[in-house]
Design a protein around this ligand. Structure first.
Ligand code: NAI
Length: 398
C-alpha cells in the first residue's frame, strides 16, 4: 500500500508506519546525546503513552539515562479494512521494539484508560510480571470525551472562553489558511463537563487505586501536565474551560502529594511549553500564537519540542542530583520557563500584532508548525521513501 498524507481540517486521516518509526528513532537519538537522567526511576507507568508528552516521557525515561522499564497505555487504532489506523499505534510498536532490543520491558496496553477493566488488567500485570511496584506514574491523557465513572454516560469537554465571547484566528491545516473563529462563552454545564474530562478526577482515582492495591513503591512520584501561557492566550485557555480543568488538576496534585508523602513520594503538575500535538491543534485561537512563538524561539536558539521538554524535565527538575524538585509559588514545576521569558514574549507580541490571514506564512513559522504536524503522523522525513509499498500486515499487534 502507498500511503500519502490526508488532512481534514485539523485531523490527519492517514499516517505512515515507516515515518512513525523514524519519528521515534529521532527522539531516541536526541535523548541519547542529551544531559542524562542520572537518578531516574526504574519502573514507570505512562497513561497516554503513544504521542506528545507521554511518548516523549517514555522515550526519555527509557533511553535518556534512567533505563526505565515502562508500561504504556493509550487509545489508538491499528490497521484494518477501514484504514491505516492512527500514528500512536505505530509509535507504540516502534518504541517497544527498540526498548526490548535494549533489554528493557516496554509493555503496551491499548484501550480506554478510564475503564475499571483497564485498571484491573494493569494492576494484575504490575503485580505478576512487572516486579510488583511503580516508581513513577505519568498521567498524560488528552481527550475530548470520558465515560461518567458512575453511569457510563459519555461526558464531553469543550474548548471555550468563560464569561465573554472570544475571537481569534485558527490555522486550517487542510487548506493552509487562517480562519477567524468566534467562540461563545461556555455554559456552566460545559465548564463542569470539561473539568470532569480534563481535570484531575481520573488522575486521582488512578493513583488511589494503585496505592490501595499496594503497587506504589516507597518514594513513588506522579506527574500530570498543564499549560498556562502568556496573557494573549488566556481568554481561550487559562481563563477558559481548559484552564478551569487545569486548575482542578493543580488542586488534585496537592491532594495526591499529601497522600504520597506518607510513603516519601510526591505529586506534581508540570507546566509545559505550547507545542504542536494531536491535541493542541484543536485549540481555537492558539495557532497564531504558536506560529509566532516558534519563529521567535527558533531565532533565539530556545525552541524545544516534546522530547527536549521531557528530557530536560526529568534530568534537570524531577530527578536532580540534589534530590530537590524546584517549583514556583503555586508548587508547579515550570518547564515552560523559556517560553515565558519576557524577551521571548515581547518579540512574540510584536509578531502577533502584525499577523494577518495574508501574511501569516511569512510572519510566523507556518512551515515549522505544519512540518511538526506532518511528522506527528509519520510524514515529511527525508529518509523515508513515501512512494514505496508499506505492508500493513507487519503491524497487526501492539
Ligand atoms: P496527545 O494527543 O499527543 O496525547 C494524548 C495521549 O492520550 C495519547 O497517547 C492518546 O492515545 C491518549 N488517550 C486519549 N484518550 C485516551 C483514553 N481514553 N484511554 C487511554 N489513552 C487515551 O496529547 P498531548 O498534547 O501530549 O497532551 C498531554 C497532556 O499535556 C495534556 O494534559 C495536555 O493538556 C498537556 N499539555 C499539552 C501542551 C501542548 O501544547 N500540546 C502544552 C502543555 C500541556
Amino acid at each position: 500500500m502507498i500511503i500519502q498524507p490526508i488532512i481534514k481540517g485539523q485531523v490527519a486521516k492517514s499516517c505512515h508506519p515507516v515515518g512513525c518509526a523514524e519519528a521515534v528513532a529521532e527522539q531516541i537519538a536526541y535523548v541519547r546525546k542529551a544531559v542524562p537522567i542520572a537518578r531516574g526511576p526504574r519502573k514507570v507507568l505512562v497513561l497516554g503513552a503513544s504521542s506528545g508528552f507521554g511518548l516523549a516521557s517514555r522515550i526519555a525515561l527509557a533511553f535518556g539515562g534512567a533505563r526505565a522499564d515502562t508500561i504504556g497505555v493509550a487509545f489508538e487504532r491499528g490497521p484494518s479494512d477501514k484504514g491505516v489506523g492512527s500514528a500512536g499505534w505505530y509509535n507504540l510498536i516502534h518504541f517497544s521494539h527498540l526498548a526490548e532490543k535494549e533489554g528493557l520491558i516496554a509493555r503496551n496496553f491499548v484501550g480506554d484508560a478510564f475503564s475499571p477493566a483497564m485498571r484491573r488488567t494493569i494492576a494484575d500485570y504490575i503485580r505478576d510480571e512487572f516486579g510488583g511496584s511503580l516508581d513513577l506514574v505519568v498521567y498524560s491523557l488528552a481527550t475530548g470525551v470520558r465515560p461518567d465513572p458512575q453511569t457510563g454516560e459519555l461526558i464531553r469537554s469543550t474548548i471555550k472562553p468563560i464569561g465573554a465571547p472570544a475571537r481569534g484566528y485558527t490555522v486550517n491545516l487542510e487548506k493552509d489558511c487562517l480562519e477567524e473563529q468566534r467562540l461563545d462563552p461556555a455554559s456552566d454545564r460545559e465548564i463542569e463537563d470539561t473539568v470532569k474530562v480534563m481535570g484531575g478526577e481520573d488522575w486521582e482515582s488512578w493513583i488511589r487505586f494503585l496505592r490501595d492495591e499496594g503497587l506504589l513503591a516507597e518514594g513513588c512520584q506522579t506527574l500530570a501536565f498543564s499549560y498556562i501561557g502568556p496573557a494573549v492566550t488566556h481568554a481561550i485557555y487559562h481563563h477558559g474551560t481548559l484552564g478551569r480543568a487545569k486548575a482542578h488538576l493543580h488542586q488534585t496534585a496537592d491532594r495526591l502529594d499529601g497522600l504520597l508523602k506518607v510513603q516519601k513520594g510526591a505529586a506534581h503538575v508540570v507546566v509545559c511549553k505550547a507545542l504542536v500535538t494531536k491535541a493542541s491543534v484543536f485549540i481555537p485561537g492558539l495557532s497564531p500564537y504558536l506560529l509566532a512563538l516558534f519563529r521567535v524561539m527558533k531565532a533565539m536558539g530556545l525552541h524545544e519540542g516534546c522530547i527536549e521538554q521531557m528530557q530536560r524535565l526529568y534530568a534537570e527538575r524531577i530527578y536532580r542530583a540534589d534530590g530537590r524538585i524546584p517549583v514556583d509559588d503555586a508548587r508547579l514545576v515550570r518547564i515552560d520557563d523559556r517560553e515565558q521569558r519576557a524577551d521571548v514574549q515581547e518579540h512574540v507580541a510584536a509578531l502577533l500584532a502584525e499577523m494577518t490571514p495574508e501574511n501569516f506564512r511569512s510572519i510566523g513559522d507556518y512551515d515549522g508548525y505544519k512540518g511538526d504536524f506532518l511528522k506527528l503522523n509519520g510524514f515529511g522525513f527525508d529518509s523515508v521513501d513515501y512512494a514505496g509499498d508499506v505492508d500493513l500486515a507487519l503491524y497487526g499487534a501492539c
